[in-house]
Design a protein around this ligand. Structure first.
Ligand code: ZN
Length: 257
């Protein structure tokens, strides 16, 4: 059924994967922008998720920020699903050059992926706003390290902030450049689990100039008109069926002509 998808990927020499929230939903991490999430948030906090997860809100009300953040954006028990593991295998086989993700959960690394551009940062990294000391996710989740739910630096007493790109904050330039280069050099790009409506990250996907563009998403995306193949199924299910795939062409870095 996915024969043409299989053949496009088998023939890829330099594949790049661009993923969004839908990649993690099959690991039990809901999209916090979903309708039910939004309704729930408005009821509980009187603010939309976008307001709470913003730079100015973090500075003004770190207690409320962390209450929402820890309850809605942290999933300590989440495990990689077949989408994550298949992508990690493809990288090992040498034809997937990079994973670019809008997710902040670190599941690609858990699955074994090495080259991951995290456009929106990662919940796994946290820094003191004053002395920049590094803290793990476990540290900030431990109430013993917090005052009113806000993690405090044990070196200087400053507030610890997640290395997650909040609303009103700019994306990391070196991450953007790396992702842009991976997209520009790719012959095949798979966009999965995103409707490509979140800018500026989504704008990156428009830089693709390769041979084949594949979209795997349960709903319509902003690039549907340009796609060579669109598949309206869950990404984990689709990629899981391709875990046994053997690439026909060379290893990245050893390519000829
Ligand atoms: Zn500090």
């Amino acid at each position: 059924m996915n024969q043409s998808l299989r053949s496009i990927i088998e023939n890829s020499r330099r594949l790049v994967f661009f993923g969004g929230a839908g990649v993690s939903t099959e690991s039990g991490i809901p999209d916090f922008r979903s309708e039910t999430g939004l309704y729930h948030t408005m009821q509980m906090y009187g603010h939309s998720p976008e307001e709470i997860i913003s730079h100015s809100f973090f500075l003004k009300s770190p207690e409320t920020f962390y209450d929402f953040y820890k309850k809605n954006m942290i999933y300590l028990d989440a495990k990689p699903n077949p989408a994550h593991s298949t992508l990690a295998v493809w990288e090992k086989l040498g034809f997937l050059s990079a994973v670019i993700t809008q997710n902040i959960d670190g599941l690609h690394q858990d699955a074994g992926s090495k080259k991951v551009y995290e456009l929106h940062g990662s919940v796994r990294r946290n820094y003191c706003m004053d002395c920049h000391a590094f803290y793990t996710l476990a540290y900030i989740m431990d109430e013993a390290n917090c005052i009113g739910g806000v993690p405090i630096c044990n070196q200087c007493g400053g507030i610890v902030k997640p290395d997650v790109v909040l609303y009103e904050e700019a994306l990391d330039g070196s991450v953007i450049n790396g992702a842009m280069k991976a997209i520009e050099e790719a012959d095949v790009m798979i966009v999965g689990g995103t409707s490509l409506v979140v800018y500026p990250a989504a704008g990156l996907a428009h830089g693709f100039r390769g041979r084949k563009l594949i979209l795997i998403n349960k709903g319509a995306t902003a690039l549907d008109g340009r796609a060579d193949l669109t598949i309206g199924k869950p990404i984990g299910e689709v990629l899981g069926e391709l875990a046994d795939l053997v690439p026909l062409y060379g290893i990245i870095g050893e390519e000829k002509k």
